[in-house]
Design a protein around this ligand. Sequence first.
Ligand code: TXA
Ligand code: MG
Length: 329
Amino acid sequence: MTKIGTDVHAAASILRSGGLVGLPTETVYGLAALVSLPEAVARVFRAKGRPTDHPLIVHVAGVDDLDRFARDVPPAARVLAARHWPGPLTILLRRSDAVADVVTGGRDTVALRAPAHPLAHALLAELGDGVVAPSANRFGRVSPTSAADVVAELGDAVDLVLDGGPCTVGIESTIVDLSGGVPRLLRAGQVTLAELREDLPDAEAAGDAAEPVAPGMLAAHYAPDARVVVLDPAVAPGEVARVVAPHVRDGRSVAVLAPDLIPGLLPPVEQLDAAGGPAAYARVLYARLREADRRGVDVLVVVPPPGDGIGAAVRDRLRRAAAGSAGTG
Ligand code: TXA
Ligand code: MG
């Protein structure tokens, strides 16, 4: 039976003996294994149903671990880590010998991040080692943002879930590639390209966000069961109603997710709440996608948040969720 709790010592001893722990972070929950136990790392791939060539992020206690898990660390990495760690920024570097092939799918690079959640930090401090932790969802599905979500996703495949409450950021970390050449943003998140450019003026965007720049950044990802239809952030309320109408007419269960209540939308159409601005939208996004599935919603019509920064990161996730559910237009 899967246990949910807050016992960091128990979590540490499970990890040391090769078990898997649900790890609360400020972004999403991870599925953790000790980085120095290749057998345990292999279990993570099996539990998620994730292809073994999709590399894992190594979570560390802080800046002092950079040279332990990476080599040829550029000064820029130290600057970014000093500024953003602990926090939702993952830095791609050349890997050191402390990182086994199974962690990186044989690549010469390693993704490092120091999470900000106090339970994650306490666990890493007690272990004195790093942990791999992909998001604790089955491959291609919505990332979990609560301990209960982790159990719903993985059940008995996880030995203990540390319950750190709901995640405060709600979407995955920003990934920046400093492994060579020009710094590149590989995944959008709460830490924006504009912020990265304050320290690294030459940092580049990943290009077309539809291109899978990091393995695992497939177009189809973050997908709920419901078909997801993403509209323009500036769409007029009347247009939302026009998109919804034919689905209702055809007898489908329809829900709308939007920054504000859409006037004139009547039951049976359900309105899911993502009010309070782009950061609040990010915080509840994955919980709302899960809620839509729990309610048996067939079609989820989404009005994304506006703006650069985390608003853009939310739109990136929604685009992938729509691709995963074949819900375009
Ligand atoms: O916020 C987060 O980053 C969460 C929490 C748990 O920390 N973790 C997370 O892990 O989102 P995951 O495995 O679901 O996504 C990690 C992404 C994947 O797209 C993976 O391909 C990429 O990072 N990645 C990891 N190591 C890489 C490497 N060596 N080269 C290129 N991409 C890498
Ligand atoms: Mg993931």
